[in-house]
Design a protein around this ligand. Structure first.
Ligand code: C2E
Ligand code: CA
Ligand code: CA
Length: 569
């Protein structure tokens, strides 16, 4: 037996040692005179028994006890407190803090010490057993036996705590409730053990799409909940619900049969202002789940109408976009750009429009969606081919050819075929590539992965120019101006002073333009809406003008009629 005596009094230590020798307890003894030394020793090696004096210099024995007990939840040393009679009350306090016994120093004899150590050891063993069975019971009380998920009890406790903690936070909290579609039917046709196996299979799949901090619980039967506590936006909850739904796409095998399973999901988002209670939030999520069920299998619904509208609109957009190209629902509008001095037409910016079954949809709404679903690649290629084809028509027989600016978004730079497609299109429509200008936003330049850089360089290699779009809205970083082979910068329309700012100092704009000129960049002013804007641009000495003052984005036919003196395309 390894025994550690912690006592600063040398006489007391000797007394204990002598008693131990006489007691015939087989042991090796080490000694410490203060808490820190004792702690260091306990960290180094495993003692079976610590005989601990309450009164120690600097730190009390109880502090050592507390530190030993907090080291791990399984306490590994038996601790016997030693005290003088006057601090008996304190010694009792030590028992409460986790010591197994205490002895009065003046009563220490060989026999007494032997008995104390043996009894303390036994008590310690019992305590460990008790702790283990407590943990087993706790597990049973908090975990669902079939799926090993948190059960209703643990879920309720965690949920209450999360809501209480949430009052002070700006992040969002959302509750997803779902149940398995037609679970009763599966149970009835395949039997209960197959039904259980299906529930286990579903939980396993769903667990793979969750993070560790996302609580997943079985509330009962085929009803489950996921608690999301750190959401930046409610849409994250929709995205997670979508992942849950997708995770069940592949069918399960039940007793040799392929069975497809789906869940109906309801989502409620905690509103800090209204201060929903957990009961309210549960009820809302339940109502949303009910709505999902009514819509059919595998649906996702928000309780909050605004959020519901938002995801529905998005889903409609996503689904519609998947077929829009094929159905030829896109068309291009063209917005002219003019020379600041001569006011001559220099070219156009191609702007996409979507004539969907729901009506005309503008790019600000559907381009971000198409970026996320990667449909932008196909759409972008279509824009390019349509714009080049149109430019070929307009330039036929012109002595001074017109130019075409084409917007490309960040994800399109991953399209490694873009340069070769551009080259082929230019050849087909007899367009010099240097008449094409690709407009990129600053965010597209932030990602300087080798694929994207290579695409940009290949486009420049063909002779095309690159323009930085919306300058003045993002980081407006000078590094991008220098590190990317840009030839043009487009000043964002927000840089134009509004009517009530007419007298505002234009010092910032002046400085920016001077800097851009210094870098030999061609400057386009966007959003020129008034005569005053035009005059400002002339004073600043930007090069090209674009804006509603001259013309908005209009159809090719309209451009032809207004600017090219010909009818039709
Ligand atoms: P952008 O590249 O900044 O395009 C200019 C936007 O400003 C156009 O909106 C245009 O109609 C509008 N605009 C032009 N002059 C004025 C003006 O004087 N005043 C005001 N208030 N607005 C003016 P639009 O067509 O709705 O396009 C929105 C955005 O969608 C574009 O912003 C561009 O980022 C994106 N986009 C448009 N077409 C395409 C495309 O074919 N591909 C990609 N990837 N994005 C596109
Ligand atoms: Ca643009
Ligand atoms: Ca722009």
């Amino acid at each position: 037996m390894q025994i550690l005596i912690v006592d600063d009094d040398v006489v007391d230590r000797e007394n204990v040692k002598r008693s131990l020798f006489k007691s015939a307890v087989k042991c090796s003894i080490e000694e410490a005179v203060d808490v820190d030394t004792a702690l260091a020793m306990c960290n180094e090696k495993q003692f079976d028994v610590v005989l601990l004096d309450y009164r120690l210099p600097k730190r009390d024995g109880i502090e050592l006890l507390l530190e030993l007990r907090s080291k791990s939840d399984i306490c590994s040393e038996v601790v016997v407190m030693m005290s003088n009679s006057e601090d008996e009350a304190l010694a009792l306090e030590c028992l409460q803090a986790g010591a197994q016994d205490f002895v009065l120093k003046k009563e220490i004899t060989a026999a007494k010490l032997r008995r104390t150590i043996l009894q303390a050891g036994k008590r310690f063993e019992l305590e460990l057993e008790l702790r283990e069975s407590f943990q087993r019971v706790k597990r049973l009380a908090e975990r669902d036996v079939l799926t090993n998920l948190a059960n209703r009890y643990l879920f309720d406790e965690t949920f209450k705590l999360a809501v209480a903690n949430h009052q002070r936070k700006s992040s969002k909290l959302a509750l997803l409730l779902f149940d398995v579609d037609n679970f009763k039917l599966i149970n009835d046709s395949f039997g209960h053990s197959a039904g259980d196996a299906l529930l286990q299979g579903i939980c396993k799949r769903i667990a793979t799409v969750l993070r560790d901090d996302e609580m997943f619980a079985r509330l009962g039967g085929d009803e489950f909940a996921i608690l999301l506590t750190n959401l930046a936006s409610p849409y994250d909850a929709a995205r997670l619900a979508e992942r849950v739904r997708l995770s069940l796409n592949t069918p399960f095998t039940l007793e040799g049969h392929e069975v497809s399973a789906s869940v109906s999901i309801g989502i409620a988002v905690y509103q800090a202002e209204g201060g929903n209670s957990t009961e309210e939030l549960l009820r809302y999520a339940d109502i949303a789940m009910y709505r999902s069920k009514r819509k059919g299998r595998g649906q996702i619904s928000f309780f909050e109408q605004g959020m519901q509208d938002h995801i529905e609109r998005r889903l409609t957009l996503e689904n519609g976009l998947a077929q829009a190209l094929q159905k030829r629902e896109f068309f291009l509008c063209y917005q002219p750009m003019f020379n600041v001095q001569s006011k001559a037409l220099e070219g156009f910016e191609a702007l996409i429009r979507w004539q969907s079954a729901q009506g005309l949809i503008m790019p600000d709404e559907f381009i971000p969606v198409s970026e996320q679903s990667h449909q932008i690649i196909g759409i972008g290629r279509w824009v390019l081919s349509e714009a080049v084809r149109q430019l070929g028509l307009w330039n036929r027989g012109r002595s001074i050819p017109l130019r075409m600016a084409i917007n490309i978004s960040a994800n399109q730079l991953a399209d490694t075929d873009l340069p070769s497609i551009t080259k082929a299109l230019c050849a087909e429509h007899h367009i010099e590539p240097d008449l094409l200008e690709f407009e990129l936003t600053e965010t597209a330049l932030l990602d300087n992965s080798s694929v994207r850089v290579a695409t940009l360089e290949a486009l420049v290699g063909l002779g095309c120019s690159l323009a930085l779009d919306d300058f003045g809205t993002g980081y407006s970083s000078i590094a991008h101006l220098q590190n990317t082979p840009l030839s043009t910068v487009k000043l964002d329309r927000s840089m134009m002073p509004s009517a009530d700012e007419a007298g505002k100092s234009t010092a910032l704009l002046n400085g920016l333009v001077a800097m851009l000129k210094e870098l030999n960049l061609s400057i386009v002013a966007e959003g020129v809406e008034t005569r005053a804007h035009e005059q400002l641009c002339q004073t600043l000495g930007v090069h090209r003008l674009q804006g509603f003052y001259y013309c908005e984005g209009v159809s090719a036919q309209n451009i032809t009629q207004r600017y090219l003196g010909k009818k039709g395309k």
